[in-house]
Ligand binder design. Sequence first.
Ligand code: UDP
Length: 328
Amino acid sequence: MKEILVTGGAGYIGSHVVKMLAERGYHPIVFDSLENGFAEFVRGHELVQGNIGDYALLADIFRKRNIACVMNFASYIAVGESVQLPLKYYANNVANTFELFRAMLDSGVKRFIFSSTAAVYGYPEEVPIRENAKLSPINPYGRTKLMIEQALQDIDAASGMKFIALRYFNAAGADPGGNIGESHTPETHLIPLILRSILEDEYTITVFGTDYRTHDGTCIRDYIHVNDLADAHILALETLVSKGESAVYNLGNGRGFTVREVIDAVKRVTGKNPKVKEGPRRPGDPDVLVASSEEAMAELGWKPQMAELETIVETAWRWERQRKRKGW
Ligand code: UDP
C-alpha cells in the first residue's frame, strides 16, 4: 500500500508532496518528463523520466510495481498561454491524462488524486467559494481541469476508480529547508515576481489593475502554503484508502489579500523595497477569489499550519535567494 506514483513529481507542488510522502513512510515513485520539472528537486527519490501520454511506459510501471494510488501534477498551468495555445493544454492536460487513466484501469490501479484549481469557478457569484458553487471556467486552462473532474466522475461510475480532486487556490511559499520551491519558465506568479524585483536589477513588478472592486483596488487572492497543500494530498490519500469514496475539496486559507497587501508583506519580511509599477488589468482575473475549505477541514481533518502570509513570503524569500545562487 505504500508505493505512490507521483506524475509531475519533479515540479513545484509535486516535489513538496514527494518529500512529505517519504517523510511519512510512503515510497513515492516520481514520473516526470522534466520539461518543466527538475531532477534536483527529487534527488534521493526514485525518478522515471516519461510523459503521461506514454501508455506503454505507464502500464509497464503499473504491472511491475504495487502502486496504491496515483497523484497527478503533470499539467501545464499558465492561464495566459492556455488562451494562446489551447491545443497544447487540451493535448497534455486532457488527452495525455486519459492515457494515464487507461493505463491505470487496464492495470487495476483504482485510486487517483487530482490537482484541480479555483479556475474551475471562473467569476464566482459568492465568496468564500464553496465546492457546490457554479462551475464556469473562463479560460482553456480551467476548462481542461474541469473536463478531467467530469471524466473522473464518469470513470468512477463505470469502473469504480475512486478519486479526490483538490481545487487549489493560490499555491505559494516553499519548503522551509530552502532546497525546493517555485521555478517556472516564464514565471507568472505574484510572490516570486515581487521577490525578483528585489533580487534582479532590471526587473520591476507590474500591479495588474488598480480599479477592481476591492478596498484598495487590486485583486484579492487566497494564498496557501505549498506544504499545507502537500499535507492535504496525504490526508486525501489516507481518506481515499479508508473510506473509498470520491470527493472534491477546495484548498485555501479562507482569507484573502490584495496585491498591494502582498507587496507590503514582502517589504516587512525582507526589509527591502520591491520595484513596483502599476499597469492595466490582466484579462480573465476575477476581483476576489477566496476559498471556503470547511469541507476539507471536516472530512480530511486538514488544518493549514503555515497560514500566515508572512510565513508564506518568508519561505518563498529563502527559496528565491537559494534559486538565484544555484542558477535554477
Ligand atoms: N499579479 C500582478 N502582477 C504580476 C502577477 C500577478 O498584479 O506580475 C496579480 C494577478 O493579477 C492576481 C494576483 O496577482 O490578481 C495573483 O496572480 P498569480 O498569477 O500569482 O496567480 P493566479 O491568481 O493567476 O492563479
